[in-house]
Design a protein around this ligand. Structure first.
Ligand code: CTP
Ligand code: MG
Length: 219
């Protein structure tokens, strides 16, 4: 099964607050985006397209020699849409990954590909919620408990039958802003299969996450 990867790397990383776009911030001497591209390729993806902030394209080209780059958009949804438009014709599956998840083990990529090979049209890696989970009202008071057995934390890469993802984005309004691609295919009623994620594939959002990733690399 020929699989293409899309890496969403066009965000600015406001919450990390670095002096450059988050995807270019270094972990153990290499930009986060280079780590993310490598896990896709190590897990069996054949080609990769990276959505980058247009005004930083040269720095991304230097960090990712030989990798196809496209200008991203103002939202993650717009960035993935732009990258999807340049995925090669051979790809029958597309895996969409966050540049902000540098240490996703290749086994997670293989599990997602395995789900697609087994016939699922959409596959996402998930993790259980270990804390007690509650809903809180605008006044800060708990309004009720949420049974944690029924909920999961969703990671990337998320894998799709290429035609399904194309169709879902085609039908999605240009202004839509969704935080992941499972939500995009959900809008056209496609069932989404889950596979086991991995804590090591955590997203780098704030400075503490980067420090955790650094200690993970040292181990
Ligand atoms: N992303 C993107 N295009 C955007 C916004 C986000 O490709 N316009 C990507 C980011 O580069 C990141 C992934 O989507 O790899 C997940 O988003 P997030 O962690 O929120 O990254 P940022 O939007 O860059 O960070 P922040 O929200 O703190 O500004
Ligand atoms: Mg963001």
């Amino acid at each position: 099964m020929h699989a293409a990867g899309i890496v969403a790397a066009a965000g600015s990383g406001l919450r990390l607050g670095a002096d450059r776009p988050k995807a270019l911030v270094e972990l153990a001497g290499r930009p986060l985006v280079a780590w993310a591209v490598d896990s896709l390729l190590a897990g069996g993806v054949h080609e990769v397209v990276v959505a980058v902030p247009a005004e930083h394209r040269d720095e991304f080209a230097a960090a990712l020699p030989g990798v196809t780059l496209v200008d991203g958009g103002a939202t993650r949804t717009a960035s993935v849409r732009a990258a999807l438009g340049t995925v090669g014709p051979c790809a029958v599956a597309v895996l969409v990954h966050d540049a902000a998840r540098p240490l996703t083990p290749p086994d997670v990529v293989r599990r997602v590909l395995g789900g697609l090979e087994a016939g699922a049209r959409a596959v996402v890696p998930v993790l259980p919620v270990v804390d007690t989970t509650v809903a809180v009202g605008p006044d800060g008071r708990i309004t009720g408990a949420i049974p944690r057995e029924a909920i999961r934390r969703v990671q990337t890469p998320q894998g799709f039958d290429r035609r399904i993802l194309d169709e879902a984005y085609r039908r999605l309004p240009a202004s839509a802003e969704l935080t992941d691609d499972a939500a995009v295919v959900h809008t056209i009623g496609v069932p989404v299969q889950t596979v086991e994620g991995d804590e090591r594939g955590a997203k780098v959002t704030v400075a503490h996450d980067l420090a955790l990733a650094e200690s993970q690399v040292r181990r």
